[in-house]
Design a protein around this ligand. Sequence first.
Ligand SMILES: Nc1ncnc2c1ncn2[C@@H]1O[C@H](COP(=O)(O)OP(=O)(O)OP(=O)(O)O)[C@@H](O)[C@H]1O
Ligand SMILES: [Mg+2]
Length: 320
Amino acid sequence: MSVPLLQVDGLSVNFRTRSGTVKVLDDVSFSIDKGEILGIVGESGSGKSVLSYALMGLLDDNAQIKADTITFGGIDLNGPASALSAIRGRELSMIFQSPRTALNPIMKVGKQIEDVLRRHGPVSRSNAKAAAIAALARVRIPDPERRYEAYPFELSGGMCQRVMIAMALSCSPSLLIADEPTTGLDVTTQAVVMDLIRDLVRESRMSSILITHDLALAAEYCDRIAVMHAGHMVEIASARTLRSHFAHPYTRGLFAATPTADTELNDLASIPGNLPDLRLDLPPCRFLHRCDRRQADCETAPVPLQAIGTDHSVRCRYPL
Ligand SMILES: Nc1ncnc2c1ncn2[C@@H]1O[C@H](COP(=O)(O)OP(=O)(O)OP(=O)(O)O)[C@@H](O)[C@H]1O
Ligand SMILES: [Mg+2]
């Protein structure tokens, strides 16, 4: 069996705040193979961004992080921050939520890409400019020489997102984390940006984590999908298996809430209840109070993520 590019076991993240400890991620385990696109889906507040910041080593100072294993390309990242800072932005790169706010509004986009290139090694002024223009061309920005001179406000949301992708790819990472890369874009532009990310990932044999609250988008673009609810990874499977054999009641709820070509808007069901307050003492199953299949032991007995098939695991005592 090949060694995964990224292996995470037992990752937990708490935040200390004035109103108590917020227990966000709990016992999160997953892996990504080389060349694979893993989708991470879940509603707002489920911990998707916290997970990506934890991998990037970018959590706020009030975070406490604990893990049994985090290895990336054979390197142990589960120790002092130094190992991570050597590979962050190089081997491991991220496209952040909301591209407009991530770009510097008063700097030409070409210069912003050059800055990223320079951070990764010495490069002459003329080489940097040529490389920045090549990076813009690579993300299929028309007329890249002219767009090099543009300020972010002169570009559409979709073009800004391509600039962010160009920056994230400029150092040829092995893993690209894309956090809601199409939020705020219209449906057509969303498809163009997603096709671009998929093509670039395939072309350069990268791996990618695609974070989204849109299960249909993940099902279309990802090889495997992990479903998160309130800081737990509740199900992980190949996209095909998840579509036809989902086993967690929360995944069923997400599918029922996801429009497809055949559903009418009023056929969509919402998932009852809200995410639990992560500052309180939580039951072993964080979906308990929203679940119509719960039994008495769901409140007391721990339930780990368990394999129920080839490449299919679920964190539920009474799966579907
Ligand atoms: N620095 C922090 N201090 C305290 N709580 C935090 C901090 N950062 C994140 N959280 C909490 O962690 C939880 C998960 O947040 P996160 O941003 O990861 O959600 P998300 O799944 O990315 O949601 P969205 O889809 O809206 O982006 C939230 O309850 C959030 O309030
Ligand atoms: Mg987020």
